[in-house]
Design a protein around this ligand. Sequence first.
Ligand SMILES: [Cu+2]
Length: 299
Amino acid sequence: MIKKRLRDRHSYVAVLAFILAGTLGAYNADHVHGAAYSHNQAPIAEDQGHEHQHEHEHQHQHEHDNHDAEEGQLYAEWSFQPNEAAAGQAIAIDLQIADAEGEPLQKFEDNHERKLHLIIVGEDLGYFDHVHPEYAGNGLFRQYIVLPEGGKYKLFADFQPAGYAHTTVSTTLHVDGEHKFERMIEDQERVKTTDKAVVELAASALAAGQESELAFTFRHPRTGAALTDLQPYLGAIGHVVIISEDLEQYLHVHPVNERGNGPEARFVTSFPAEGLYRIWGQFQREGETFIVPFTVRVQ
Ligand SMILES: [Cu+2]
């Protein structure tokens, strides 16, 4: 068993990969090339993104959870079918979550209308997807995905079992197929255009360890008028996911002004280390969600 530690602000939660006896047969060592065994390498990202929001809204609950989590250990096992994943083919992702004794956890708190958020990114952070696996009961979440290209992907799942701290686990998935790696470059202009909105990002204090505010402003793609018709997506004006170029840092941030409709959505977070980061903002308008990626350098 491989043991890694999750560092939360108030607590340490050990996350261990555990292997269900019944699934051992599926993970033949000859197939390590595929997705198998990626549950053995589950580095845990610090879970800073949620904290700001919780500080404002759920402080008592959060402290209580952290207290409980001090004794709490989680086991998280990822598995994939088929073992040798290929571009363009359906892949079943299972994530089994259990307690320190290996008993499946039963109850998960809703966080922004979902029990578990799964983010899938390509190694060069070009590909991004945000999905919500179905809870099958007994601590098991399942998601089917089709990845368009080959290469290395990183998966981050964040969730909060009842009585535990908010937790992020991650793994790596290798997919057969062609892919051209494109190195990220910092945006010179922080303006992105989609068919739903022109989105401008203003970021203050892009310095490691400091509180940074990310303010997104929305204008109509044709008229340029300030938009005030953003719709709530998963219970908030928007959702922001931030991942470092080295894929080590994962932040899932919720807005300061949860209930707004535009023209601005503000988020507060803290980048844990310097370097390049990609920031994806997800918003909804006219019944459709849209995603805007930005690349910033943190000093
Ligand atoms: Cu989500």
